[in-house]
Design a protein around this ligand. Structure first.
Ligand code: BDR
Ligand code: CA
Length: 314
């Protein structure tokens, strides 16, 4: 089988960085065409630098990085530096990358790439606020429709929110963009908190990664150690959720997840519930299926995949 062509849109961010390394480690299954960055966990200049640093760590110099939107479509920026550290990469030592991002805007590059490639072949993997994807839709909605699928981390149903009572960070950070993406007509798979809270990193996982001994595995171990010592994190079952790598794991091993068809809309007005994802399983003519909502994830299987994959990087 030919590797699946993908574009990763992200805001690294600790878990985005781990997801990037998992993708870089999987060239037999994933053809990473490029990485686009957006403001989210930390400002755009830092998410872009962090994506370039992960590319360098993986020695994947041929994968281009494009910076995108520095702010959400409508609302003021919010960040999640309290979960990711001021740099976005916990307490990893950071420097300027050898190779900067490529010139040009992420949304334009996404549209051009989808136009150049055969229709229905490229998957968009979205790990941050959906601003760049909404911007790409605004530029050329038909081009975005050419994507085979959008696989995104975001939203919450049963679990409730992680930023407010009902909103998950990525959707909360740009609810207007998310709403446009859910209306765009592309097949969408959503890995929200209901799924990602079932994939928890604990000290035993850190030890397994240290035992791998590669630079990439040690980096992931250090990032997870930072996350594990955060008092503000959700420490249920002795572990902390590993959100964004679930998108890549879903592509590599879909049998580790189960999903249901649904209609998703996003609250964009209410000060109390802005960013809430209304996930409706009772689809109907006025609320047709526009996404699949992942309801379960096999955490042990995802970690095994991560540990084994990171053996392939320097
Ligand atoms: C999401 O929010 C960000 O902080 C993480 O990188 C992840 O994409 C989890 O709610
Ligand atoms: Ca993210």
């Amino acid at each position: 089988m030919q590797p699946q062509p993908i574009i990763i849109d992200c805001d690294p961010g600790i878990d985005d960085a781990i997801a990037l390394l998992l993708a870089f480690a999987s060239p037999a299954k994933l053809d990473l065409l490029g990485i686009t960055t957006v403001a989210g966990n930390v400002p755009l200049a830092l998410t872009t630098r962090n994506a370039c640093l992960m590319r360098e760590l993986a020695s994947s110099h041929s994968v281009p990085v494009y910076a995108g939107c520095a702010a959400p479509l409508v609302r003021a920026p919010v960040d999640a530096g309290h979960f990711h550290g001021a740099s976005g990469l916990g307490n990893l030592p950071v420097s300027q990358p050898d190779q900067p991002a490529s010139p040009g805007h992420a949304a334009r590059w996404i549209v051009d790439t989808l136009r150049q490639r055969p229709s229905n072949t490229v998957t968009l993997v979205v790990m941050g606020p959906m601003t760049n994807i909404a911007q790409a839709i605004a530029l050329d909605a038909d081009a975005v429709q050419r994507a085979q699928c959008i696989v995104a981390m975001g939203g919450a149903r049963c679990e409730g929110g992680n930023i407010t009572a009902s909103a998950e960070f990525n959707i909360f950070a740009d609810p207007h963009a998310a709403r446009r993406v859910f209306q765009c007509g592309c097949p969408i798979v959503m890995l929200g908190l209901d799924a990602t809270h079932q994939v928890r990193a604990n000290p035993a996982h850190v030890a397994a990664l240290r035992a791998v001994g590669t630079r990439a595995a040690n980096t992931v171990a250090s990032l997870l150690e930072f996350t594990l010592q955060l008092p503000a994190n959700d420490h249920r079952d002795g572990g902390v959720p590993l959100h964004d790598p679930c998108t890549i794991a879903w592509l590599l091993d879909p049998a580790a997840f189960t999903d249901l068809p649904c209609h998703i809309d996003v609250e964009t007005e209410s000060p109390l519930t802005i960013g809430h994802t209304a996930v409706e399983f009772r689809v109907s003519a006025d609320k047709p299926t526009n996404a699949r909502w992942v309801v379960s994830a096999n955490g042990a299987r995802v970690f095994e995949l991560l540990v084994q994959s990171l053996r392939h990087l320097p």
